[in-house]
Every structure is written in C-alpha cells, then in structure tokens.
Design a binder for this molecule. Structure first.
Ligand SMILES: NC(=O)c1ccc[n+]([C@@H]2O[C@H](COP(=O)([O-])OP(=O)(O)OC[C@H]3O[C@@H](n4cnc5c(N)ncnc54)[C@H](O)[C@@H]3O)[C@@H](O)[C@H]2O)c1
Length: 403
C-alpha cells in the first residue's frame, strides 16, 4: 500500500499531536507539526518535549530534523497529502461546547490543502461536528476527503497506547475511508470502522464512562468519611480477590482537560438530560469542597495548609483544570495561609516541598506523584489523603499518632 509522503499535524506540538507525530515520523513518514505556539515549536525543534510524556523525549530525538519538524508556517499544508487536526476543543465559560477555534483552524486548512488531500479530525468533538466540517468543505467547493478518528490515549501513556490501542476510524465516503485506513494502518494493525457520528459518540462515551467511574468512588469516599470511617479499609476489603469489583477506582480528584468537558459535551448533546453525567460533575467537582468542610472542625482559620501536587494527576506537569487549584481557591478564603508545591508544574506561586511540609499544619495530597511515596511527614501534621496513596502505617501515623 502506498504511504502518504507528507503528513501535517495541526496542533502538532500539543499533548495529542506531538506523540502522534513522533510515532508517524518513527515509521518513516515525513511529518510537519503545525502549531501557533512559538515557544512549543522552538522547544520541539530543539529536540525537547514541551511537557512530560513518557518515552516521548528519546523518540523525538531520533526523528527531529529528519522525518519530523515543527513550524507555524501554514504553507506546509500546500504540499500535504494528509492532515490531522488535533487542536483543543474546550467547553466555554458557561460549560457549552464550542467550535470557534476548531472552525478557525479547519477553514484555514481546507483553503490551503491541495485537492484530493485527506483531512482527519482527531480532536474530541461535539457529535455532528465531523458532518459540519464535511459540509463546510463541500460548500467551499473543495475536493478534500474528511474523516474522524478519535484519540483515546491517556496522557503519559501516549507513546505506548497509540500503537497498542485499536484505532477507531470513520468517514462518510468510501474513498475517504480507504485513505484513512491506509494512513492509520501505518501505525496500528487493529482498526475499527464506525460511522462518524458513532465514532464521535464512542469517544464521548469513553471519557464519560471513566468520569462516572471516578464519581462513584468519590461518592462512596464522601459517604464513608462523612460517617467518620476510613474509606480505604472498606475499599481494600471489597476489592481483595473479588473480581466483580476490579474496575472500582480509588477515590481522588477527577479532573484534567478532557473528562469533565467531554462529559459536558455529551450532556449538551443529550439535551441536558444526561443526569448521571451532571451528577458525576457535582460529586467530582464537589470533592475539594468536602475536604474543606471536613477540615473546618480543626479550626482552619488559624492553620497553614499545604497542597502537595498541583497537576491534575500524578506524575504529570499538566495543571489544566486541576482540582488542586479549586482547592487552593477555597482554602484561601478559609485558612490562615495556603502553600502549594509541585515538582513538575510550572507555577511561580509554588514553594519547595521542604518548606511546604515544614510550615504547614495540615497537608493535603493534591496529586499522587510517585516522588511523594517515600515522604516522611512529621508526626504533628494533620494529613488528608483522598487517594489512599501513602501506605496504611505511614498514613495512620501521620493522621495524628506517629511518623
Ligand atoms: N490531552 C489528552 O490526553 C487527550 C486525549 C485524547 C483526546 N484529546 C483531545 O485532543 C484535542 C487536543 O488536546 P491536547 O491536550 O493535545 O491540547 P493541547 O492544548 O495540549 O494542544 C493543542 C495544540 O494546538 C495548538 N493550536 C491551537 N490553535 C491552533 C491553530 N489554529 N493552528 C495550529 N495549532 C493550534 C496549541 O498551541 C497546542 O500546541 C482536544 O480535543 C482533546 O479533547 C486529548
């Protein structure tokens, strides 16, 4: 099968675009990462990754300036035979899906791409957007093949999962489907074909499912803890050698750039009748409020509180939509002082881990970074560990007995 010789990834220096570009470039495809961030472009072209992503840096070094290059010059689209669009698709300040940015980049793209090129949407989109883009192409009189292939990697696992997870592909026309099959079979042997609307829903079901799963765990956590019980004693009991509870997640902040906004996209698509999605939002987004309300009885007003981990999840430097920041906002209103620390997140307001631990009366684990695993917490400190991250003994001791 002939390989496309020139692939452009629009939004190519982002969390989805960069790993995907590296994987294609590793397969010998000439990849151009088109982006609007001059800083990210410079970083990538110097052979460094702009964010943490396991194994991406070493693979990037092997291909940069050979089969991979980053640019802000959209004229690279003129000679592309395929383009994959992965710009961000956030919900707006009223939590509605928005396509403004996506449309802006798509319009610019379809006017430049040569006739007969393939345009693949890979951003997570509101159901029906692929059809709207397809119609947009037709109405501009362009002969460009439109396809939708959702990205399903988890940040941090992209390099492995792009190749190991089956790839969902979809298109309206047989020629577009043939072209996209050809493209994705370069990087993955297992392709699943759906219609575009099915594929759009498949992606939203995936993220909503995960968000709801976290919400159930968080709801149980709230329930147990509000009765003064240790959630993780119950958790360990029900999950030990009991296969039907295998998918029972641990409690913790369920946040980040995707899960909530994709659940809300699905809610909007269901005419705001996705009750379980909205309920999940109330539980997950309410967790920082619960933590603060539990601490009120310990005289929060006179206490210094440290939040350890500002990223939205462990071993990540991504602070987008992190609930540690929501927690910080709540604590600023109710405590004497809030100290934030994170080994990876770039935030000038963060202090060192040593200072945070030493100066705080109360320590809250915001993100379970592996480097915190061996942390010794002085015996006088009160510790809140919603993740059940620290070993039982260390946690129990830290809770008020001995460290
Ligand atoms: N982050 C994830 O783990 C993940 C997983 C699956 C799907 N997704 C979806 O993938 C999409 C991208 O997410 P992300 O996390 O990679 O976002 P990101 O913000 O990390 O990357 C987007 C990139 O697009 C660039 N960009 C913005 N506007 C542009 C334009 N007009 N032209 C060219 N480049 C432009 C930005 O500079 C940025 O580098 C979203 O729809 C998201 O929901 C994300």
């Amino acid at each position: 099968m002939p390989k496309p010789t020139r692939l452009v990834i629009i939004g190519g220096c982002g969390h989805v675009g960069l790993p995907l570009g590296i994987v294609f470039a590793n397969c010998g495809i000439n990849v151009v990462l088109l982006d609007v961030s001059a800083e990210r472009i410079a970083t990538v072209n110097s052979g460094r990754t702009p964010f943490m992503e396991n194994a991406a840096a070493e693979h990037l070094k092997a291909v940069i300036s050979k089969t991979l290059v980053a640019t802000y010059d959209s004229s690279c689209l003129k000679t592309a035979d395929a383009a994959i669009a992965v710009v961000g698709t956030p919900v707006d300040e009223h939590l509605n899906p928005t396509v403004t940015e996506l449309y802006r980049s798509i319009d610019a793209t379809i006017d430049i791409l040569p006739q007969g090129a393939l345009l693949v949407l890979r951003s997570t989109v509101y159901p029906g957007v692929t059809k709207l883009v397809y119609d947009r192409v037709q109405s501009r009189g362009r002969k460009i093949h439109v396809a939708f292939c959702p990205e399903r990697i988890a940040e941090g696992k992209a390099m492995e999962e792009i190749r190991s997870l089956p790839q969902i592909i979809s298109a309206f026309e047989p020629e577009a489907l043939r072209r996209v099959r050809e493209l994705f079979s370069i990087i993955n042997d297992e392709l699943i074909e759906l219609t575009p609307l099915e594929a759009e829903l498949a992606k939203l079901f995936t993220n909503s499912w995960r968000y709801l799963n976290f919400a159930i765990s968080n709801q149980f956590y709230l329930l147990a803890e509000s009765y003064g019980l240790d959630f993780y004693r119950i958790y360990e009991a029900v999950t030990r050698r009991y296969p039907r509870m295998k998918s029972f997640a641990r409690a913790g902040f369920a946040a980040g750039p995707c899960l909530l906004k994709d659940t809300l996209q699905l809610a909007a698509f269901s005419g705001n009748n996705f009750f379980m999605g909205h309920a999940a939002m109330l539980v997950n987004e309410g967790l920082p409020n619960f933590v603060v309300s539990q601490l009120r009885s310990s005289g929060l007003r006179d206490k210094t509180v440290a939040i350890l981990g500002m990223a939205f999840k462990g071993d990540s430097d991504d602070k987008r939509e992190s609930l540690s920041y929501k927690l910080r906002k709540l604590l600023v209103l109710e405590s004497k002082e809030v100290l934030c620390t994170d080994p990876y997140v770039q935030d000038e307001n963060c202090v060192s881990l040593e200072d945070a631990v030493q100066l705080a009366d109360i320590i809250i684990l915001g993100a379970p970074h592996t480097v915190y695993r061996a942390l010794r917490i002085p015996r006088a400190k009160q510790v809140v560990d919603i993740w059940g991250f620290w070993p039982e003994r260390q946690f129990a001791e830290a809770k008020g007995h001995h460290a």
